[in-house]
Design a protein around this ligand. Structure first.
Ligand SMILES: Cc1cc2nc3c(=O)[nH]c(=O)nc-3n(C[C@H](O)[C@H](O)[C@H](O)COP(=O)(O)OP(=O)(O)OC[C@H]3O[C@@H](n4cnc5c(N)ncnc54)[C@H](O)[C@@H]3O)c2cc1C
Length: 295
């Protein structure tokens, strides 16, 4: 199918893009990598009257170290998350998650800002960024605001970005030393949207006691979900395999994955439980590679 007709303007500055969006009202949309929006246009599930292309806006694809962590420009491609030294050295969870996104062609075009604004419940980056306690910086002609990822992701395909706002940056705190992180997912073929997935980040002190844990899951509901009850089971002691299994079981309690042709709700819940167990185990070993055993 062909998309309905629309105006298309390439913005040459962030101010230009913001004016175009403000003048276009609810019918104007940003286009970044186009990897989600173009299919929606072709299926006529989106019918904007104006597309504002932000690909030529200077400075939106920078990755830099800042006081609060790493600032990643909204136009940073998924592929860049995998190759950037600043990202791989400081936030290894991101390349591990990004490598699961679709195929190289899509990773070369799709952007971190687009993935967050699109808010697909099956997307990898929102799950990883929720685990990392990231924030987005958004701009409009009305000013700037900083939104925690937990408040950005509302539901499947629904984010809290307003029609005249543009995500310009994602800021991610660098986890302290003694931290290990892991992301994993399961799909029938590599590159397909996942049946389930999980991210885990744990920090151990010098005595291998868990001082911080964050667990998030993909496919458990209408958006990325943080599993705080499971996290609290790990705090204050050196987690054993029994603790990890208990945390994974708690993580999926109350989750309601949608049944699809790829798996029933119960099956998907079991996939997620297994992946939480796996990512937690890996994260703990990465936190203290010298730790001998978790039994
Ligand atoms: C075949 C195929 C398979 C895919 N598989 C996966 C997968 O396994 N995992 C996965 O996570 N994704 C997958 N994707 C989606 C891909 O990752 C997209 O790149 C991503 O979801 C959206 O990024 P984009 O830059 O392409 O956004 P676009 O398609 O340009 O835009 C998507 C939406 O976000 C808005 N938007 C974009 N940038 C901004 C911004 N800076 N500020 C405000 N709003 C903005 C747009 O207005 C639009 O509503 C797949 C896509 C295809 C075509």
């Amino acid at each position: 199918m062909k998309p309905p007709s629309f105006e298309y303007v390439v913005a040459d500055s962030i101010e230009h893009a913001l004016h175009l969006l403000a003048d276009g009202g609810d019918d104007a949309k940003v286009i970044a990598g186009g990897q989600s929006l173009v299919p929606l246009l072709n299926f006529r599930m989106a019918r904007p009257s104006l597309l504002v292309d932000i690909n030529q806006v200077p400075g939106l694809a920078n990755i830099k170290k800042i006081d609060q962590g790493i600032a990643i420009g909204a136009l940073t491609r998924h592929a860049k998350l995998i190759t950037s030294k600043t990202i791989t050295q400081n936030l290894p969870l991101l390349p591990e998650a990004a490598a699961w996104i679709a195929h190289p062609q899509i990773r070369n075009r799709g952007t971190i800002g687009g993935s967050l604004a699109h808010a697909d419940a099956s997307a990898e980056l929102p799950v990883a960024l929720l685990a990392l306690d990231a924030h987005v910086k958004v701009m409009s002609l009305r000013g700037k605001r900083r939104i925690p990822i937990k408040d950005l992701l509302v539901s499947h395909f629904v984010s809290s970005i307003l029609p005249d706002e543009i995500i310009v940056e994602v800021t991610v705190p660098i986890p302290p030393s003694g931290t290990g992180a892991a992301f994993d997912e399961f799909s029938r073929r590599h590159g397909d949207y996942a049946i389930g997935g999980a991210a885990a980040i744990v920090t151990l002190d010098d005595n291998n006691r868990c001082v911080s844990a964050r667990i998030t899951v993909l496919g458990g509901g209408s958006t990325a979900i943080r599993c705080q009850d499971a996290e609290s089971l790990l705090l204050g002691s050196t987690p054993t395999t029994t603790d990890i299994a208990a945390a994974a079981k708690t993580a999926v309690t109350g989750l309601e994955p949608v049944s699809t042709v790829h798996g029933s709700s119960v099956y998907r819940q079991e996939v997620i439980r297994t992946l939480v167990e796996r990512t937690l185990t890996r994260a703990l070993l990465r936190a203290r590679p010298t730790m001998e055993s978790m039994d």
